[in-house]
Design a protein around this ligand. Structure first.
Ligand SMILES: *Cc1c(COP(=O)(O)O)cnc(C)c1O
Length: 405
């Protein structure tokens, strides 16, 4: 039986190799050349005014925190409102700068809930980080209004959002800074890489120094000292975070197919939805009509008591789903906030990400849904049930029987 993995990126191999070849032949694999070309292509594609290519989106989120902190004179211990339902990069970025993550709860979209964000705003709040979960924009517009009302910086963790359209435009312009990821398993995969897109040109220019050790090589080249390339100044204690031309070469090719690929993702998601929405034990994640999601993820929610067993059952059928994510407040460095986000906590126990990528077929989607439905039919439970130990044992016995079939 063929294995159906959660993610499995595809590349236009010959085209990627041809772009990489140009770098190798030119002897230029670093910053500049293809990185500049890809930045232009990304601005063109998204309509965003600025874009700086980085070696990861983790570095992008860190840079965003660093630059806003520096420019706006935030102090150590100032607060950033964030979600507990995300990849740890989002929240580590806050800690890297000795700022304090304050966790707000999510809503039915699994993105930050505007009401909960309002409740967490205090005198030390400086920013909100919004994660567009799986490509979903949730209630981003309302969050953006709240940020304006309270004069807070809005950072969009758009790691899942390459190609997401929100109110007819590419996502990103709602925030002061949007950070995209092109990590190996993201929906626009290039191996590793990210893009930081500031609303303001001045911050984009600063980001270019911050991302390369704080080096400022404008001064002397502008003054016409062409030969004195070594005579640069170092303005900041910067990071090594910029991207390189090899990754940008792959990105230039992958970007051409992004819309086509996302369209296929959406088609599979529609099929998943049709085949699972009538199952009373399954809750789907809410999507509003104003967002055409990149569909980096397709997630369902099942009764918490059954989630892990369902995954094991699917594994036995050569289907390998994932969980996005464990609640960050369960991790040691964030557990000071344990128990503060009950809806995210509930979701984290119920969610499963089903396989979604371009190597799979509609038949695979049907096969996955059939197995989920069979499993949940045999072990039928109301959504809010809490199993007793005795019941768990019974469930397990049924599973073992199922696995033998
Ligand atoms: C993957 C991911 C990141 C980090 O992206 P990298 O490019 O791997 O650094 C950040 N936030 C979220 C929500 C992610 O899923």
């Amino acid at each position: 039986m063929k294995k159906i993995q959660l993610f499995s990126p595809v590349y236009s191999v010959d085209e990627c190799l041809a772009e990489i070849r140009k770098c190798l032949e030119a002897g230029w694999t670093g910053l500049g050349f293809k990185t500049v070309e890809f930045e232009e292509a990304w601005k063109n594609y998204t309509g965003l005014p600025n874009a700086h290519f980085l070696n990861s989106s983790t570095q992008g989120l860190h840079l965003a925190m660093k630059i806003f902190k520096y420019e706006l004179n935030w102090r150590e211990g100032d607060e950033v409102i964030t979600t507990p339902l995300t990849f740890v990069s989002t929240n580590h970025a806050i800690l890297y700068e000795n700022l304090k993550p304050v966790f707000a709860d999510v809503d039915e979209t699994l993105c930050l809930d505007p009401q909960s964000v309002r409740e967490k705003i205090g005198p030390k709040t400086r920013a909100v980080v919004f994660v567009g979960f799986g490509g979903n924009a949730g209630k981003l517009d309302e969050i953006s209004r709240i940020c304006k009302e309270y004069n807070l910086v809005l950072i969009l963790d758009a790691a899942h959002m390459s190609g997401t359209k929100y109110r007819e435009r590419h996502i990103g312009s709602e925030a002061d800074c949007a950070v995209f990821s092109y990590h190996a398993v993201k929906n626009l995969s290039i191996g590793d890489g990210g893009m930081i897109c500031f609303k303001e040109k001045a911050l984009d220019e600063k980001a270019r120094k911050w991302s390369w050790m704080g080096i400022n090589n404008d001064t002397f080249s502008r003054a016409g000292h062409g030969g004195y390339k070594w005579l640069y100044d170092v303005e900041y204690l910067g990071l090594k975070a910029h991207g390189n031309s090899i990754m940008a070469a792959i990105a230039l090719v992958q970007l051409k197919y992004l819309d086509r690929d996302n369209e296929i993702r959406r088609k599979y998601c529609d099929l998943y939805t049709r085949l699972l929405e009538n199952n009373l034990q399954i809750k789907l994640v809410k999507h509003f009509d104003d967002c055409v999601s990149s569909r980096h993820l397709f997630q369902i929610r099942v009764p918490a008591a059954l989630r892990d067993i369902l995954i094991l059952f699917l594994n036995a059928k050569e289907i390998y789903p994932g969980v996005h994510y464990r609640l960050n407040t369960d991790y040691k460095m964030y557990n000071y906030a344990s128990g503060t986000c009950p809806r995210a906590e509930e979701a984290a126990k119920e969610i499963i990400s089903l396989p979604l990528h371009l190597r799979m077929t509609e038949e695979d989607v049907k096969y996955i849904c059939k197995n989920i439905n069979i499993f949940l039919e045999m072990i039928s439970l109301p959504l809010d049930s809490n199993l007793t130990d005795e019941e768990v044992r019974n469930v397990c016995q049924k599973i073992i029987k199922l696995l033998r079939e």
